[in-house]
Design a protein around this ligand. Sequence first.
Ligand SMILES: [Zn+2]
Length: 552
Amino acid sequence: MKFLFSALLFLCILQATFAQNKQFTRQDTLRGSITPERAWWDLVYYDLDVQIFPEKKSLTGSNTVTYKVLQPKQRLQIDLQGPMHLLSATQHGKKLQITSEGSAHFISLQAKQPIGSLQKIKLLFDGQPVIANNPPWDGGWTWKKDSLGKPFIANANQGIGASVWWPNKDHPYDEVDSLDVKATVPQELMAVSNGRLVDSISAKAGTMTYHWTVKNPINNYGVNINIADYAHFSDSYNGEKGKLDLDFYVLKQNLAKAKKQFEQVPDMLEAFEYWMGSYPFYADGYKLVEVPYLGMEHQSSVTYGNKYANGYLGRDLSGSGWGHKFDYIIIHESAHEWFANNITNKDVADMWIQEGFTTYAENLFVDYHFGKKASSEYVLGQRKLVRNDKPIIGIYGVNQEGSSDMYFKGANILNSLRYIVNDDERWREILRGIGSTFYHQTVTSATIENYISEQTGIDLQAFFDQYLRTTKIPKLEYTLAANAVRFRYTNSVAGFNAPVDVKINGKMLRIVPSEKWAELSLKRKINAFEIDPNFYIETYKSSNAVHQSTHY
Ligand SMILES: [Zn+2]
């Protein structure tokens, strides 16, 4: 998630402009880079135990971090943003010294630890976390009431980071292999987190503790706790890896609407397993959880607030009509289970891996259920929303995402690739291959780019550089003579030579333009000439005069 389409889009434009001139600080480096105090240890497991106080809008808890020692170092970085407090760090029964620098807390261990050993450190924390005024775009906690006046509480923290409310290693390159969340809430409420419910017990008077467990690697920002007077219903889906448990937690007053709207879940799973491979978290099940904001891709706990209507809050962003055929939040946020949760960017500069592929997945859903022509109309409709304000890839090492074009331009880049590959079965194998080759891993854009180049047998370096690292859209300049078409690319990076399909006199032909003029001669006179719009280029028919002065 994180794309916002409303009046607030203007705010995003302002923020984007500001970000281009942003002066990065040491805090940005501490947050966004693999510091020496992070690099020497590998996350294994978080045991997060937190009590939530709705009246005070506050939390208190502990996170016990299990890590594996990669190098013998003694200083360890943990992140927790103010106004939350890191109260203590304890190892082997001893309290350790903490030196804080803004949101980064450097913990001095008592001794260097053996390489390969597993170690535990227990972190106590409390405080009133940042309140999200407009979640999920500005992250933090949301303390709302439902229509019956009962507390309706959630957190969403993509961007701002999980360290806005709990202490952890807040950099996406490293993920725990598993996680437990124990959430204690007033007894009249229920807490729903990631993975499966182990048990719910009343350890303290007037409270209930809900213990959830995740058996797969999980990114920090995917960890969430949602609190309400929930109704629960369940189902199952027979998928590629057998029986997948589906669980749904919704406000009691919305139960009937949810049972109807969530019938889209099996349709979603069928389309996505076909195109992208098996659902990546069978062990943890799949959940949709109603929240007081639009939605977010929380792993195996996809959050939902799209008002039980199709479209994006009732609108079809593509303008093609196809966006009214499905619930945008169910489809988009669930697609993130494949791209964002199964495969996660190592640095948020490469977040197009999450948002580009996921936005592209929307048209795979359309393709599966409504056909290839419909999917093309959908993705081409999204192209109108591309701004080309700055590159899709952001700035590495300082927690800086690229342009929000990662969504719609990202989808159009992948649609172009599908048409370049020109073999849908091969393209499907590539998409599924990404999911299986990098299963449960964090990756860079370069890794995914190289994989696609290898699998297609086409060197796509210039292609990816053009679309991800510049804002320039290649322009196909062409001239038509009686029985020849001459063409070249302008506005392109060196070596850009993506093929394009053109229809001449009703017959589809493939041309491979480059920055040099080339000519395709035909035996017959050209009566009709069309360029397939699925290739993401601009076109320009130049006059003969211009052509003669510039070519050869
Ligand atoms: Zn998204």
